[in-house]
Design a protein around this ligand. Structure first.
Ligand SMILES: *Cc1c(COP(=O)(O)O)cnc(C)c1O
Length: 368
């Protein structure tokens, strides 16, 4: 007899999310200094946090004894203003991951269905499972979301459709035409979620916000974890039609985003210099990898984001062998891609080191 029999069955059955391996843990295991480790496993910003955010956070520390503004007024106002929306359209989350959870809390139950692409971000499946809903996985030929097939999969029980754009871990993006055709087919009992964690990286991303402006049942997710370099703070947001946003506000904890995070995010939003620098470093790094991988005849999926999916064969082993040399990439077996690894674009020295170590690992494999 175990305590499990008294627990929620959906929690017992859950396979927990496995994050990128932390730098400190790796350094401890290898007996190395953390500064010698290159982590390119979680699509973090290789330039670090927005410098303006750091200044704002230091100031905010002084008020740490005061509860945060639970309504997030200043940050939500700034976000609303930057997109020409109203305060009532903006929901803050403890990372955009929390908004994913709030959406599931609000709209899923044991009769409901959630639709996502076969190689979509895994958190959608975890959340659907947690709420006992049916997870409907739609094939994505060529690693691109097939929105026509996703529209075909909608039933009376469908409540949520997740479209990560660009998607993680594939880096692929669906265009405006595909989105418009899809939205024309979506009935009112379905909430469409555009997860745009990497929105700021592509040159001309499609506009999903227009559907929020039109009052459709749509939620667009954005985050401060990627382009702004604030992953440790856990702050993201949803832009949703007022009806949807009002429900999400009810489902959250009263102080779900801490005051330091709110201050940092507010400053980061205005840090156009850091955003531009990050995009430039990413563009240069992406070009470097595309050349390096082509030169080695390694297959990769062309990416609109800040990472690349690379076919190395036995990704778990490549991950482990690269780890031994202090480079943390992401194995993709949990994404049904056992022959692939995902590499986040880093700084120029990090990218060179990563390719060097990948070379040595693949050479050793070939020699076996
Ligand atoms: C990184 C990422 C997020 C952001 O998560 P946070 O909780 O905001 O850090 C959301 N969706 C996808 C697809 C991501 O890759």
């Amino acid at each position: 007899m175990t305590i499990d029999q008294y627990a929620n069955r959906f929690v017992c059955d859950l396979v927990a999310y496995e994050p990128g391996k932390p730098i400190d843990e790796t350094a401890r295991e290898l007996g190395l200094d953390p500064s010698q480790i290159v982590k390119v496993a979680s699509n973090e910003n290789p330039l670090g946090p927005s410098p303006l955010a750091k200044i704002a956070m230091r100031e905010a520390l002084e008020e740490s004894h005061i509860y945060p503004d639970g309504g997030g007024y200043r940050l939500r106002s700034a976000i609303a203003e930057s997109f020409g929306m109203n305060l009532s359209n903006v929901v803050l989350g403890n990372g955009s991951n929390e908004i994913i959870e709030l959406l599931c809390h609000t709209f899923l139950n044991r009769d409901a269905e959630l639709i996502a692409a076969k190689h979509a971000f895994v958190v959608y499946k975890l959340m659907a499972t947690l709420f006992g809903a049916k997870y409907v996985e739609v094939p994505d030929p060529g690693f691109v979301h097939d929105l026509d097939a996703m529209a075909d999969a909608i039933t009376d029980k469908t409540r949520l459709v997740f479209i990560a754009n660009p998607n993680n871990p594939t880096g692929t993006m669906v265009n405006q035409q595909a989105i418009d055709r899809f939205m024309a087919r979506v009935p009112d009992h379905v909430i469409v979620v555009f997860d745009e964690a990497y929105f700021e990286f592509p040159d001309s991303p499609p506009d999903a916000l227009k559907y929020v402006r039109e009052g459709r049942n749509v939620c667009v997710l954005r985050t401060f974890s990627k382009i702004h370099g604030l992953a440790a703070l856990r702050v993201g947001y949803g832009l949703a039609s007022e009806n949807v946003a009002t429900l999400l506000q009810k489902a959250r904890q009263p102080f779900n985003v801490n005051a330091i995070a709110q201050a940092g995010a507010l400053a980061a939003l205005a840090d156009t210099d850091h955003i531009a620098k990050t995009r430039a470093v990413n563009r240069a790094g992406m070009a470097f990898y595309e050349d390096a991988l082509a030169a080695r005849n390694l297959e990769y999926v062309p990416s609109f984001a800040n990472f690349l999916l690379v076919k190395t064969g036995d990704g778990d082993r490549v991950f482990r062998d690269m780890l031994k040399q202090g480079v943390i990439v992401r194995a993709m077996s949990s994404y049904k891609l056992p022959d692939w690894i995902r590499i986040s674009i880093g700084t120029e020295p990090q990218n060179h080191r990563c390719v060097e170590v990948l070379d040595s690992v693949l050479a050793a494999t070939a020699a076996v």
